[in-house]
Design a protein around this ligand. Structure first.
Ligand SMILES: [Zn+2]
Ligand SMILES: [Zn+2]
Length: 165
């Protein structure tokens, strides 16, 4: 007999209904749809999720989608990333303490695996007596697309306006 039903084996492709049930949430259609869609589209904004779910289910209000995101984040089914100056993004990859690369230009976000695989993967030079639970690192930069768009004038010292013809 297998001792656990929601163990590691379900990690790769868990049934959203089971996830919701385990989290003590009712497995409503919008909740299932949000979890399923976000699995294939990590780091989406609430607006993107709302658009996709409305397209999928037809009659779901933006507010309802926001409520789903909030409930699932609170229940630990979704992780909310809030890069400064950009709208919050959501993903289903939770509790593995991975980090993010965020583009300053367009806000595109990529996963960076935690170096040690266990939280907190970074240790500050002083913990000030705190018990550390988690380290959240955001690597800011420019994504390849934004870099190519701004490559005409990457900085002021090399100004070649006539280069693009
Ligand atoms: Zn970008
Ligand atoms: Zn992520």
């Amino acid at each position: 007999m297998t001792p656990s039903t929601s163990g590691d084996d379900a990690r790769s492709n868990p049934d959203p209904r089971a996830l919701l049930h385990d989290a003590g949430l009712r497995a409503t259609q919008p909740r299932q749809a949000v979890l399923t869609w976000l699995r294939g589209h990590p780091h989406s904004t609430a607006e993107q999720v709302a658009g996709a779910i409305r397209y999928e289910l037809g009659s779901v209000s933006t507010q309802a989608v926001y409520d789903v995101l909030h409930a699932c984040t609170t229940a630990g089914l979704l992780r909310r990333i809030e890069p400064a100056g950009h709208p919050a993004r959501f993903e289903t990859r939770t509790a593995d303490n991975h980090h993010h690369l965020v583009c300053r230009g367009c806000g595109r976000t990529e996963d960076v695996d935690c170096v040690q695989g266990v939280a907190p993967c970074l240790t500050p030079s002083s913990t000030a007596g705190y018990v550390l639970e988690e380290a959240e690192v955001v690597f800011w930069g420019l994504c390849p697309q934004c870099r190519s768009e701004t490559s005409e004038s990457p900085d002021h010292s090399h100004h070649h306006e006539e280069e693009c013809s």
